[in-house]
Design a protein around this ligand. Structure first.
Ligand code: ZN
Ligand code: ZN
Length: 140
């Protein structure tokens, strides 16, 4: 199965959340701020859709729900929508080419989804994803 690398930005201030310096799964990570109890810190998520690899400044115990914020404008990424699987709030990011990615904010829950606002955006988003993988060694 082809891996999908997402390129996301803040839905509010539109700044890119991609961090080229911190790589996870050999791709730039998605950098957000999190709050867990009274602690806050940076959290780096894998940009590979379906990968749960993270680097967190704040240790997150399994099953804990964390709050996600924009590192630039401090807006909350949490939605009112709840996870289908565990009822924790979902957080969302805007895809660079339109649409949103939603992830569950509970550590260890694997729920995530991508919403494309329309078909043409879906197509352009997929093209940009495949460009990431346009590695000459993979071409036939
Ligand atoms: Zn922002
Ligand atoms: Zn969940």
């Amino acid at each position: 199965m082809e891996k999908l690398a997402v390129n996301v930005k803040c839905p509010y201030c539109k700044k890119s959340l991609m961090d080229e310096e911190v790589q996870i799964d050999s791709f730039p990570s998605v950098r957000v701020r999190i709050q867990l109890g009274k602690k806050t810190g940076a959290l780096y998520l894998s940009s590979i859709y379906g990968s749960y690899n993270i680097i967190s400044e704040v240790p997150i115990p399994p099953e804990e729900i964390v709050l996600f914020f924009c590192p630039e404008c401090s807006a909350s990424f949490s939605l009112k929508d709840l996870c289908d699987e565990c009822k924790a709030p979902l957080a969302f990011f805007e895809l660079k080419n339109g649409g949103t990615v939603q992830i569950c904010t509970r550590r260890g829950c694997e729920y995530h989804s991508i919403d494309y606002t329309n078909m043409s955006q879906k197509i352009s988003t997929l093209y940009s994803i495949y460009e990431v993988f346009a590695d000459p060694s993979r071409r036939k």
